[in-house]
Design a protein around this ligand. Structure first.
Ligand SMILES: Nc1ncnc2c1ncn2[C@@H]1O[C@H](COP(=O)(O)OP(=O)(O)OP(=O)(O)O)[C@@H](O)[C@H]1O
Ligand SMILES: [Mg+2]
Length: 470
C-alpha cells in the first residue's frame, strides 16, 4: 500500500511544513508542529458534473433523515445510561477518560457483557493481553464467552476488521495505544490520537457502529491527546473518584445526545462496579458535629446529594499563606474567604486554608458557597455546627445570599436523610417551611453564620484566633 502523504501543521497558527520544525517561523511558537495525514481530495460527481468541476452536494430535508434517537440501546448499566441521556446511540463516538486504575476497563467490560446478550460486541485491547482481559472478565462478567476480543493496535487493519464485522458496539482500550502507519510519530502522540479518533468518528457515522474510546488522563487532569479529542467525539465521560474509598463517579463533560448534569455513582467491588442507586448520603460523613465540617445539599442532575464540606485553618509559616481547595473551585474559595473577611468579620488572612469536599466527589454549583463558608467559619472559630444541620446558598460579593435552583427538592431530600434543620437563603425559606424540618432563612452570610451559632464579633475567635482570626 502506498504510504500516505503527511504534513506538519503548527497547532497555534496553522502554518504547514513538509518537515517537522521546533520553532514556527510565523507565530514563533515552540514545539507546536504536529503531523497530520493529507486527505486525498474526494472524487465526487459523475455524469453532468464530470469535466465541469465538482457536483454540488444535495441538501436533505430533515423529514427524510432517519432519527437515531429511537434506536438508542441500553448499555446494561443504568447509571451509565442516565449519564449518556438514555443509552448508547448507534453511530456515536464516546470518549471515557479517567485516571489510571480508576476502573475504566472494568466498567466497559461490564457494558460489553450486558450488551452482548442481544447484540454483537467487540473489545479492542491494546493495553492488556486477551489473557489478562479474560481474567478480569471471569471476575466481573456474567457471560464472558460472548465477548469478542481483538488484540490489534494498527489503525488501518483495526478499522478494516471493525468494518467487516460491524458489531453494535466497539470498545477501544485505549486510544493512546493505536497507531497509524501513515504517521511517523509514536503511539499516544497528539497526531496519532487525533488521527485515530477522527477515523473512528467517520467509521461510526458511516456504519452506525457505536464506539467507546478509553482515554488516559494526564497529571493535570486533561484527557491525554490533550483537548484535541474533545471536539472530535460526541460525548466525553469522566470517571473520577477517590480510589481509597471505593466510590467512583461518572459524569459527562460534553454530550451531544443528552444533559451534562447527570451523575452516576458506583462502588468498586470484587465482582466489578456496582451502581449505587441511592447515593444521597454517601458523601455526607457520619453526622457527628466537628469543627470545620458542614453539610451541603447538592443537586446533580436528577439527584440530590448530601455532601460534607471540610475545612482546616492553621497558622501559616509562609509569607503568602496557602489556599488549597479539593473538589471545588479554588477561585471560589478565595472569593468566599474575602466575603467572610469583609462582611462577616472573620479574617483568616494569615492562616493556611485547606478546604475539601469529602469522598472524592467534585461540586461545581455556586449553591455550595454557604456550606463552604460555614465550614471555614467553623474551622476558624474552632466551633462545630449544631448537629443535623445542612445548608445551601450562593454567596454574592456583597455578602448576600442568593436563591438557589430546586430549593424544594433540596429541603425534601435533607429531611428524608434525617436532617432536622436547614439554613438557606431567605428567598428560598418561605416557600419550603412546613415540610417537617426547620427551615431558617438568612438574608446574608453574617446572618447565616449567626443562625449556625458561628457568629461572634471579630476577635473572639477563641483557639483559632491565634492562627488566623483577627
Ligand atoms: N479482585 C478485586 N477486587 C476488588 N477490586 C479490584 C479487584 N481487582 C481490581 N480491582 C479494582 O479495579 C481497579 C482497576 O480497574 P481497571 O483495570 O478497570 O482500571 P483502569 O481505569 O482500566 O486502569 P488502567 O488505566 O490501568 O487501564 C483497581 O484499582 C482496583 O480498585
Ligand atoms: Mg484499563
Amino acid at each position: 500500500m502506498a504510504r500516505r502523504q503527511t504534513v506538519f501543521v503548527c497547532s497555534q497558527c496553522g502554518r504547514r511544513e513538509p518537515k517537522w520544525l521546533g520553532h514556527c517561523p510565523d507565530c514563533a511558537a515552540w514545539d507546536s508542529f504536529t503531523e497530520e495525514v493529507v486527505a486525498a481530495p474526494a472524487r465526487r460527481g459523475s455524469g453532468k458534473a464530470e469535466g465541469g468541476g465538482r457536483a454540488a452536494a444535495a441538501p436533505l430535508r430533515l423529514a427524510d433523515v432517519t432519527s437515531s434517537a429511537v434506536a438508542r440501546f441500553p448499555s446494561g448499566i443504568a447509571e451509565l445510561d442516565l449519564v449518556l441521556g438514555g443509552g448508547l446511540v448507534p453511530g456515536s463516538l464516546v470518549l471515557l477518560g479517567g485516571e489510571p486504575g480508576i476502573g475504566k476497563s472494568t466498567l466497559l467490560l461490564q457494558v460489553l457483557d450486558a450488551v452482548a446478550f442481544e447484540r454483537e460486541v467487540l473489545l479492542v485491547c491494546g493495553e492488556e493481553s486477551p489473557a489478562q482481559v479474560k481474567m478480569r472478565a471471569e471476575r466481573v462478567c456474567r457471560r464472558p464467552e460472548t465477548i469478542a476480543v481483538l488484540a490489534e493496535t494498527e489503525l488501518e487493519s483495526l478499522l478494516a476488521a471493525v468494518d467487516a464485522q460491524r458489531p453494535a458496539l466497539v470498545v477501544v482500550d485505549s486510544v493512546q495505544t493505536l497507531y497509524s502507519d501513515a504517521l511517523t510519530s509514536a503511539p499516544g502522540s497528539v497526531s496519532q490520537v487525533r488521527e485515530a479518533a477522527g477515523r473512528f468518528q467517520r467509521l461510526a457515522k458511516d456504519t452506525g457502529v457505536a464506539v467507546v474510546l478509553v482515554g488516559h488522563v494526564t497529571k493535570e487532569g486533561a484527557l491525554a491527546g490533550p483537548r484535541v479529542l474533545e471536539h472530535v467525539v460526541d460525548t466525553v465521560l469522566q470517571f473520577e473518584g477517590d480510589r481509597q474509598r471505593f466510590y467512583r463517579t461518572l459524569r459527562a463533560s460534553k454530550n451531544r445526545f443528552g444533559s451534562t448534569e447527570e451523575l452516576g455513582v458506583f462502588e468498586m467491588t470484587e465482582a466489578g462496579l456496582v451502581a449505587v442507586t441511592d447515593p444521597a448520603q454517601l458523601f455526607a460523613g457520619d453526622g457527628r458535629p466537628a469543627a470545620g465540617a458542614a453539610t451541603h445539599v447538592a443537586v446533580e442532575g436528577s439527584r440530590c446529594l448530601l455532601v460534607e464540606v471540610q475545612a482546616l485553618a492553621s497558622r501559616s509559616e509562609l509569607a503568602v499563606p496557602r489556599r488549597i481547595a479539593t473538589g471545588f473551585d479554588r477561585n471560589r474559595l478565595a472569593m468566599i474567604l474575602a466575603v467572610l473577611a469583609r462582611h462577616a468579620g472573620l479574617s483568616l488572612s494569615s492562616a493556611d486554608i485547606f478546604a475539601n469536599i469529602a469522598g472524592g466527589i467534585r461540586i461545581d454549583e455556586p449553591a455550595a458557597d454557604l456550606a463552604v463558608a460555614a465550614a471555614l467559619a467553623s474551622a476558624g472559630r474552632d466551633t462545630p455546627l449544631p448537629p443535623r444541620v445542612a445548608l445551601f446558598g450562593e454567596i454574592s460579593l456583597t455578602g448576600e445570599l442568593r436563591s438557589c435552583s430546586q430549593a424544594g427538592r433540596r429541603v425534601a431530600e435533607a429531611a428524608r436523610c434525617g436532617y432536622t434543620r436547614l439554613i438557606v437563603p431567605a428567598a428560598d425559606a418561605a416557600a419550603h417551611r412546613g415540610t417537617g424540618v426547620q427551615v431558617d432563612g438568612a438574608a446574608d452570610v453574617r446572618e447565616a453564620l449567626r443562625l449556625a451559632a458561628l457568629a461572634g464579633p471579630a476577635g473572639t475567635t477563641s483557639a483559632k484566633s491565634d492562627d488566623g482570626g483577627v
